[in-house]
Design a protein around this ligand. Structure first.
Ligand code: ZN
Ligand code: ZN
Length: 355
């Protein structure tokens, strides 16, 4: 599989007229080589695959990165890079990943070469998932659903948001997750109007909305799930907002088809929320791709022109957030198929009442 991926990278390099690609992003390094630690660089030329790393990782790199020549670097990255790129002219780099300090080293080492941003190459390559990747993500979603069911069963008024976040993480790890795919959002009451309200020391009170947004890191792949529940009987307004968000979410799920642009998909949910008069309270995009990273491209957003293709794995997560009152978000992960989507997330979307 990695050989095919590397061949695709070379094809892109050829199209762009670049002689090599220098990669620092950990997910990209893993995607192309299988190497799982940090402090490494990949250099792909038309004839060689190099993995540059220091003494600590030499043995691991040799075991994991099959088909790569492992090059030892001991505080002499400039020297090593200069040597390996001696006869090359244009080198692609990842401008959104490397630090300023790394950039200074690179331009010193490659003073005779031209640098060009090539971050789009891997971004595009990783958009459509291979069957094995889809299976791994399916499993990540499954354990996320199970973790939610377990934790919801134990939530009571008086619990702290932080305890719930910890319980979610434990439930995921007990099911094989290596960790969390992002900092969990556990936001209750008025805090639920914070789309990214990470768990605090606040205790749950009766009558409050509670939004849980969390996910697993499972065999290097991510999952992402949001549910909003109610602690006790919902007030009419809470029920109304929940129904609108759910209607928008279901409409988007039903509408997605390959060939639509990200903005067309976004508009389906946004129109519904707008028509109910809450457009200004849905301030983020409808969804994003998920893979080795929690937020990948393409997106479902008002500006996304990219066309949706089968094999992409996306979230669909409309929300309404009213400052000082609270908010509701419902998020599923879907696999784009030939005719529409397969909803991977199985967790119930009924307005769950926790009493
Ligand atoms: Zn999420
Ligand atoms: Zn998300």
């Amino acid at each position: 599989m990695k050989k095919i991926r590397i061949a695709k990278v070379r094809q892109k390099l050829e199209e762009k007229g670049y002689d090599a690609l220098l990669i620092k992003s950990l997910p990209n390094i893993y995607y192309l080589s299988g190497f799982t630690s940090e402090d490494a660089w990949l250099l792909l030329t038309f004839h060689n695959n190099y993995l540059l790393t220091d003494f600590r990782y030499l043995e691991q790199a040799a075991g994991e990165a099959k088909g790569f020549e492992i090059v030892r670097v001991d505080n002499n990255l400039e020297e090593v890079l200069a040597k390996l790129t001696l006869n090359l002219k244009i080198i692609g780099i990842e401008e959104d990943v490397i630090t300023w300090a790394e950039y200074r080293k690179i331009i010193k080492a490659l003073e005779n070469q031209t640098l060009a941003d090539a971050s789009a190459i891997l971004k595009e390559l990783r958009q459509v998932k291979e069957p094995a990747e889809i299976e791994t993500i399916r499993q990540a979603v499954r354990i996320t659903d199970e973790a939610l069911a377990e934790v919801l069963g134990n939530i009571r008024v008086g619990h702290k948001e932080e305890e719930i976040a910890l319980n979610l993480e434990l439930a995921l790890r007990r099911r094989g997750a290596s960790g969390k795919s992002f900092e969990f959002i556990v936001a209750s009451g008025k805090r639920s109007s914070l789309p990214h309200g990470t768990a605090s020391g606040k205790r749950l009170e009766r009558g409050e909305l509670l939004t849980l947004d969390f996910g697993a890191k499972y065999q290097w792949y991510c999952s992402d799930l949001t549910r909003t529940v109610i602690l006790g009987k919902p007030e009419p307004k809470q029920q109304e907002i929940y129904n609108i968000v759910l209607e928008a979410q279901l409409a988007a799920l039903a509408a997605i088809k390959p060939g639509m642009s990200g903005q067309e998909v976004d508009a389906v949910a946004r129109e519904i929320i707008k028509n109910y008069g809450y457009g200004e309270y849905f301030g983020h995009g409808l969804g994003h791709s998920v893979g080795l990273e929690i937020h990948e491209s393409p997106r479902f957003s008002i500006t996304e022109k990219q066309i949706i293709e089968p094999g992409m794995i996306m979230t669909v997560e409309p929300g309404i957030y009213i400052p000082g009152w609270g908010g509701v978000r419902i998020e599923d992960m879907v696999l784009v198929t030939k005719n529409g989507v397969e909803v991977l997330t199985q967790a119930s979307k009924q307005f769950i009442i926790i009493d």
